[in-house]
Design a protein. Structure first.
Length: 219
């Protein structure tokens, strides 16, 4: 292990736009140290970075405006794993239908807004054996579809005519939002993939509410 890799001891959530606090609240529930990140100097500490859901055009502009693209690429090449949820998945895809790709961390083709408008958002529950023993609840919000995955990509969940979750050794993509449900399986899974040890938590928690991040922020 190089010295820079041994410094990678916590997780980060990109804090420019989108569901940053919701991800931090889920990592807090699995007992994993995670921080909001908007300063490239923090990348050196991170075993993994979440690029959250939000709006990929907006996120792309902010990443460029804050000069984060090259440092983020360099940190990823140095061992920082990246999990893209929804808009984040779009930004790390090798190929975006009709658009220039940004990070190209995973060999997938992805189509934006593939279910229709915001009103075509939906929830779904599925078994994802690689990630959780219990069924996983998922929220799709103006979601993209992954249409193709390359040979070095492991498909974690396929639904109908699209791939909903996939990974390679350095990156994870989900077109849905695990941070908007009570389950913490994906957050525990990503933490483990990053070499961290999440605390065991129940598959779902009836006391959790979508506003739970408001408590996390005050904590
Ligand atoms: N529709 C958004 C986009 O194309 C993604 C939506 C989301 O992240 N929930 O960027």
């Amino acid at each position: 292990m190089t010295s820079s890799q041994s410094n990678r001891h916590r997780l980060g959530v990109l804090d420019l736009q989108g569901g940053t606090q919701e991800h931090l609240e889920h990592f807090r529930r699995v007992g994993v140290d995670a921080i909001p990140v908007k300063d490239a100097r923090r990348f050196a500490e991170l075993a993994g970075l979440v690029i959250p859901g939000g709006e990929s055009t907006c996120l792309r502009r902010l990443i460029n405006q804050f000069d984060l693209a090259d440092p983020l690429r360099a940190a990823h090449a140095d061992g920082m794993k990246v999990w893209g949820t929804c808009a984040g998945a779009i930004l790390i895809a090798n190929d975006i239908v009709g658009e220039k790709p940004l990070f190209q961390f995973i060999d997938i083709s992805i189509a934006r807004n593939a279910f229709g408008s915001q009103l075509d958002s939906f929830q779904h529950t599925a078994d994802i054996p690689a990630v959780a023993a219990e069924p996983v609840k998922m929220t799709f919000i103006r979601a993209p579809k992954i249409l193709r995955a390359g040979n070095d990509v492991r498909v974690l969940l396929k639904l109908d005519d699209y791939i909903a979750a996939a990974e390679n050794d350095q990156a994870l993509v989900t077109v849905f939002h695990p941070e908007l449900t009570s389950g913490t399986a994906f957050h525990a899974y990503f933490a483990r993939q990053c070499g961290l040890t999440p605390a065991p938590t129940p598959a779902s928690d009836d006391t959790w509410s979508p506003n739970a991040w408001m408590r996390a922020r005050r904590a």
